[in-house]
Design a protein around this ligand. Structure first.
Ligand code: SIN
Length: 282
């Protein structure tokens, strides 16, 4: 059987069918899948129904698994597999507080952030709960040249929770907080495989811009975020149970949505893959 690859949006993303990720796949197929992830940035594999052990094996096609930062949402028998479950989420003023609302790239405050994240859909509500992705490579390419030249040398300090974060993060004990890193990251990164430049943004974690005063730095971050999250850069994934979706955190940002009925429940297994320290594009 030869896998079939169909683009799912104008700039990025592909649906991969005629493949069973539960089977032993040969080295050429592994290499092809890795290269598709670098090229398309989001890969959607419908009808895979991967349990935790299958998910670990599928993830290892693309790289080494990375421990979840939030150890409280990890499966006891599969320490590298986390989960996103409605049951853990608080309600505030009647609204569900989901983790991952607001576009971001995962764990940008790590020296070596995860190169990819993947979800395997177990229970999906009948309406809502989509995950949105935006292509931060195309968003950079579309900026005026003068602005590109201005921002390629800039860096931002990424922390656990920015003083101007638009979202609140899981509260940590003092002990856990002390273990959470902070690091300067380039504002424009170079993808290690495709070599394409990409905006590197996470408004929840960016503590301004290194060489700018706070207001100027946050204004620049917010204007780049507004530009990069335009719907023309978006692929919106409507989940079906059994979907396996993997994305490249150096090429896209993603966000979760709280627009579903919590009584119906939403449950996905989650893994991340080890990445290297980010390279500046300049
Ligand atoms: C995330 O990992 O950021 C959450 C994505 C989702 O649950 O839609």
């Amino acid at each position: 059987m030869t896998m079939e690859i169909s683009p799912i949006s104008p700039h990025f993303g592909a649906k991969i069918t005629a493949i069973d990720l539960k089977k032993d796949l040969d080295r050429d197929t592994h290499a092809k899948l890795k290269s598709l992830l670098s090229e398309f940035a989001v890969l959607v594999f419908p009808k895979q129904f991967l349990g935790p052990a299958d998910l670990v094996r599928a993830g290892e096609i693309f790289g080494d698994l990375m421990p979840q930062q939030l150890q409280k949402y990890v499966l006891p028998d599969f320490p590298m597999v986390g989960y996103n479950s409605t049951k853990d989420l608080p309600l505030k003023d009647g609204k569900l507080q989901v983790r991952g609302e607001n576009y971001h790239t995962d764990h940008s405050n790590s020296v070596c952030p995860p190169k990819a994240t993947a979800l395997s859909a177990v229970t999906i509500p009948s309406k809502g709960g989509d995950t949105q992705f935006v292509d931060v490579r195309q968003a950079f390419d579309d900026l005026p040249l003068g602005l590109q030249e201005k921002i390629v040398h800039l860096r931002s300090l990424h922390v656990h929770e920015s003083s101007r974060s638009p979202r609140t993060f899981t509260k940590l004990s003092e002990e856990d907080f002390a273990k959470i890193p902070k690091v300067y990251q380039p504002l424009v990164i170079r993808h290690p495989v495709s070599k394409r430049p990409a905006l590197y943004l996470n408004t929840g974690r960016m503590e301004g811009i290194e060489t700018m005063d706070a207001d100027e730095g946050f204004a620049l971050i917010n204007s780049l975020y507004e530009h990069a999250t335009d719907t023309k850069y978006e692929y919106r994934h409507r989940w079906a149970e059994g979907d396996f979706v993997i994305w490249d955190n150096r090429s896209v940002m993603h966000q979760a949505n709280a627009d579903y009925n919590p009584e119906e429940g939403r449950y996905l297994y989650r893994i991340m893959l080890e990445g290297d320290a980010l390279q500046a594009f300049a």
